[in-house]
Design a protein around this ligand. Sequence first.
Ligand code: ASP
Length: 459
Amino acid sequence: MKVAKFGGTSLASAAQIRKVCDIIRADAERRLVVVSAPGKRFKEDIKVTDLLIAYGEKYLADGQAEEIKQKIFQRYTEIAEELQLSREVTETLTADLQEILTAKNTADAARFIDAVKAAGEDTCAKLVAHYLRSLGEEAEYVNPLDAGLFVTDEAGNAQVLPESYERLRALRDRKGIVIFPGFFGYTKEGILVTFSRGGSDITGSILAAAVKADLYENFTDVDSVYAVNPNLVKHPKEIRVITYREMRELSYAGFTVFHEEALLPAYRAGIPVCVKNTNNPSAPGTMIVSEREASENRVSGIASDTGFCSIYVSKYLLHREIGFGRRLLQILEEEGLSYEHTPSGIDNISVILRKKDFTEAIRSRVVERIRRELQVDDVFIEDDLALVMIVGEGMRHSVGTSAKATAALAKAKVNLEMINQGSSEVSMMFGVKEVDADRAVIALYNEFFADQQQSRQAI
Ligand code: ASP
């Protein structure tokens, strides 16, 4: 049995939904299908989820959101009409949607927004199930509450509850094709909560783990995961096989093909994941697995992400002061901040944070507290930091990767603010100024992949 998840661009129009249904019908093992909400049809288009969020916020603010609501209805009715679904079907779909969008109980804004957001996936799943039935397939829409997908009560950031797996296993025994809306679950009290943005990948992974699928297929709009951002390098190398750990590191540093949180359920259950293209389903895609053949490629990919900053702290004899690190991190904990990395020297330590969490209001307080409570010699914040990562299981077994990398970065005149290599040796991380990030990525890609680019040979 395979679980197939289709992303927003795969469901953006009637033509795309036809492709999706062709793919589902081409393989009898594709019996559990997870869908996103209709995404962008063209570059300037707006995803249904974004329309829904805009609608929800406007509705809460002044109740005047009719115009946006009509746009949302139009997206679905256009698709339904083009797929030649009956008038009754279209009316039922829009009536359900209408009920969610005009809910009376809006006292809890975050819950209301979650319910509105999730309507994108929910309506889409119902629509796809209707269309498959109109083609003569046995297909049913299944609601996450009925199936038992239970999550924590954290609006917009739900986490699956462990007991869900046992309950969801029963989906295996359903006859025909199950169409399941991605992106949300329910609390034990029956309140709808969504995952973080892009969370339909997470739903797919949870279902694949629960039914112990042979494969979790993640259909998107690219032929494979690439070794570097294709907006930076033309025709980058396609990755054929990558490990969960490598994929996890690359997602962390900006690879958006697959949601960062989505790997965990599949990884724990040992379910291989295949990233494939709805617009080119015969392309082999990228397999994400637990082990890959040791090949000559020590590096799988180069990634970078911006939006970081670091708190630099120095104090003479810091390395001898018992509890210094704990007290430093405790200040961050008390200020509600999570940290990313803590590279350190003998008398200094830096704490890398996401800039978006580290607002102006908290900054001066944190600096002041560190200065006062830890009696440090110096403390300052460095902004506009990007993290550039080289990722590859093969680095563990080869020498000289960092020498090669730093030489390439020096040649590209990229100043290194920080170097960090985790003990797993799956990745090596360089902190650089944001303005240098793209240049750094291109330099590293050329260093590690340029010779393979000619042949476009896959990993
Ligand atoms: N539709 C949701 C979003 O845009 C979830 C998803 O597509 O996976 O974030």
